[in-house]
Design a protein around this ligand. Sequence first.
Ligand SMILES: Cc1cc2nc3c(=O)[nH]c(=O)nc-3n(C[C@H](O)[C@H](O)[C@H](O)COP(=O)(O)OP(=O)(O)OC[C@H]3O[C@@H](n4cnc5c(N)ncnc54)[C@H](O)[C@@H]3O)c2cc1C
Ligand SMILES: NC(=O)c1ccc[n+]([C@@H]2O[C@H](COP(=O)([O-])OP(=O)(O)OC[C@H]3O[C@@H](n4cnc5c(N)ncnc54)[C@H](O)[C@@H]3O)[C@@H](O)[C@H]2O)c1
Length: 443
Amino acid sequence: MLEADLCIVGAGSGGLSVAAGAARMGARVVLVERGTMGGECLNTGCVPSKALLSAARDDMAFPEAMARVRDAIAAIAPHDSEERFRGLGCEVIRASARFVSPQEMEAGGQRIRARRFVLATGSRAAVPDIAGLAPPLTNETLFRLESLPTHLAILGGGPVGVEMAQGFRRLGARVTLIERGPRLLPRDEPDASALIENALEREGVTVRLGEAPTLAAGTRLHLPSGPVEATHVLAAVGRVPVTDGLDLEAGGVAHDAKGITVDDGLRSVSNRRVFALGDVAGRGQWTHLAGWQAGIVLRRALFLLPAHARPRALPSVTYCDPESAQVGLTEAQAPGCTVQVAELARTDRGVTDGLTEGRVKLVLGKRGKLLGCSIVGPHAGEMIGLPTLAIARGLGVRELAGLILPYPTLSEALKRAAGQHFEPTLFGPRTQSLVRLIQRWMP
Ligand SMILES: Cc1cc2nc3c(=O)[nH]c(=O)nc-3n(C[C@H](O)[C@H](O)[C@H](O)COP(=O)(O)OP(=O)(O)OC[C@H]3O[C@@H](n4cnc5c(N)ncnc54)[C@H](O)[C@@H]3O)c2cc1C
Ligand SMILES: NC(=O)c1ccc[n+]([C@@H]2O[C@H](COP(=O)([O-])OP(=O)(O)OC[C@H]3O[C@@H](n4cnc5c(N)ncnc54)[C@H](O)[C@@H]3O)[C@@H](O)[C@H]2O)c1
């Protein structure tokens, strides 16, 4: 029997962040992982996908691109390794964990009794039910391909579909991107979706919107507008939480199709010893969100402090070229808002860099409070940090417009968009009359 303060199941983005924090703060930690240390982000998600996009941007051939993918994983792997976590003082068990009672788990033949359990078991790719479809590629198999697909059909125009469509097209594959809904990246602003769709089509990706295959013969897909003769199919239609093997019933842990049912503090609604975070907690699927949630779990599980897991501002970025970054509300989600848009091409940096498209869009509430921001363009993911902080701190156009930003940067478009909010009053007839009046009396 192992006794621990925390037993963490899953050594991915969420589990590792909790384990490292807890061990360094002096807690006795058992960390259980049945697959590869680092979980999805390192092995089959963020890292390989960004390395592939970077290789595709650099015009690499497919074998070199896949070598860059492997090198990137290998370079980051030590940070997530068993050795590092043992070094931090964690007991690491490489096996599948399951509940045997609400207070105990079992893994690799060992019983674990812990004050708190943390479930960070992640998600896996959903596979659409299409009669006749050969088992499609998913993010788990995609980065192990040994040769470039001749014609890759991608089901799903979310972040995975969009990033991989551009990556594989630039590496030389023919790519058809099929999205059931009316536009790509449905969580982003509609005009951002349109800019990304145009960029993909310009590069030769065939985009089919508003339809989904219901029938297939192997990798040949039947669509209402005509067949797609693909050689490979990638399923990128969303994720399902991983709870298999945990025996949640034995642990008295409530769950549904979205994952483990937790309260606003990420604590199981049915077993108060249990926390869940990351993809399996059903509150969003991003590594940065899992990392932030880890702080909430640590505060609650180690210090019994109140903390809630509703982030004030949660950014997301799709790392295609141009990038699309979004934080806070979209225009449609904020009735009665006002909107300010500034084109990146009209900043001096946009001119020097020869930009022809891309924009910043601010969604503003009462008294110019920043409610949301969307950026499309190079480095949009780097630029979204500033509006994220502004939203999280309840700031608005006044603070953004008053900032000194380095010249020449694309971020100046944020300041310009904020400044536009004041133009009608600042340069209006009342200000002009006031200036004339003051000037007349000035000595
Ligand atoms: C292609 C792709 C690209 C992505 N790109 C980005 C990106 O650029 N930025 C971003 O923020 N997010 C990205 N994501 C999402 C990100 O990868 C996930 O949100 C993140 O990895 C989730 O972390 P997690 O800890 O919840 O789960 P995971 O990282 O999936 O870790 C869960 C771990 O639990 C283990 N496990 C499961 N059940 C058990 C059990 N019973 N016993 C023991 N171990 C178990 C699994 O083996 C796994 O290692 C991407 C996802 C994909 C698919
Ligand atoms: N850059 C990033 O941060 C990044 C990159 C990749 C993934 N992720 C995370 O992983 C999650 C999963 O990504 P995803 O793109 O797989 O899922 P998603 O849920 O974001 O998008 C799936 C898309 O597939 C469409 N779809 C559903 N069924 C379909 C069908 N049968 N045929 C055609 N289209 C269909 C949906 O309308 C939707 O637009 C994301 O939501 C995100 O949180 C993040």
